[in-house]
Design a protein around this ligand. Structure first.
Ligand code: PMP
Length: 285
């Protein structure tokens, strides 16, 4: 395996970042993840646009043009011989003596790209059975719309899920409303058959897969309400599922051990997964 680090492709085991990198010191950086189909990147533009937004919000310099970055992503995929899998990009504010304010002007951002294989069949097997979700308090900050590498609350939530035999943790605000998953956006088909997902303005990540699925919902003529749902509403829902670049559309068949619907992946989630995969594979570049 090889990784791209600041202009060079290095053997994965020797790909290193300086001890004074601000990503390491302060989690002062952002990231993106693309899924790879047949060696090509899915939802390329959506993730690239969100990357630029994250960098702008944090006033981190744009390290290189979109085109140049696209070439690095594709080259990293190629050099790792990934056909189906994931490509990861991280940009930090760079390396400078540890001090909280931004480093001197002209400090170059650090750029890292890695890629790994993940067979589609693995996610498909989970999607066929459905997965378990737990709920967990959302203890994050007020800018969850920025895709930063400061993921400690998400790590703790995902670990709690793992320790309870679940695949994902849905984080819950002080009002008892679900915000999002630790690394996914959360959805239900409510008691009335209406699709529900939290408003993207309400301190969550604007998922690229979420946006793609919203377009599919409109195409299918299904009803969608972008409004937060409570844990109780989720437990009474006909269906529950979550979306992300790595998991696509994943049906959840229990929440905190409570069976959702008949305990099997629901027809809407199953159909949206198939539609998403079709479209993502077709449009990958
Ligand atoms: N929410 C959070 C907190 C995430 O980390 C992710 C995945 N990075 C998502 C939602 C899903 O976003 P996307 O569909 O763009 O992968």
């Amino acid at each position: 395996r090889v990784a791209y680090v600041n202009g060079q492709y290095r053997p994965h085991g020797q790909a290193v970042i300086h001890v004074e990198d601000r990503g390491f010191q302060f989690a002062d950086g952002v990231y993106e993840v693309w899924s790879v189909f047949d060696g090509r990147l899915a939802d390329f533009d959506g993730h690239m646009t969100r990357l630029h937004r994250s960098l702008n919000e944090l006033r981190i310099d744009i390290p290189m043009t979109r085109e140049a970055l696209g070439r690095v992503l594709n080259e990293t995929v190629r050099r790792n011989r990934v056909r189906e899998g994931l490509v990861y990009l991280q940009v930090t504010r760079g390396t400078a003596r540890r001090d909280h304010p931004f480093p001197p002007e002209g400090t170059a951002p650090s750029v890292v790209v890695t890629a790994r294989s993940l067979p589609l069949s693995k996610g498909d097997a989970s999607a066929k059975k459905g997965v378990a979700v737990i709920t967990h308090p959302d203890i994050r900050w007020g800018r969850c719309d920025i895709k930063t590498v400061g993921l400690l609350p998400n790590v703790l939530a995902k670990q709690a899920a793992k320790e309870r035999g679940a695949a994902e943790a849905w984080m819950v605000d002080e009002m008892g409303l679900v915000t999002e998953g630790s690394s996914t956006n959360a959805w239900i088909v409510d008691e009335h058959g209406k699709l529900r997902t939290r408003d993207a303005q309400a301190n969550i990540l604007q998922g690229i897969t979420r946006a793609a699925v919203m377009a599919l919902i409109a195409d299918e003529g299904l009803e969608l309400e972008e409004r937060a749902f409570s844990v109780d509403e989720a437990k009474r829902a006909k269906e529950a599922f979550y979306t992300s670049a790595s998991g696509f559309v994943m049906p959840a068949t229990s929440i905190d051990g409570v069976k959702i619907g008949d305990g099997k992946p629901g027809p809407i989630a199953t159909r949206l997964r198939a539609l998403y995969l079709d479209r993502a594979m077709r449009d990958a570049i």
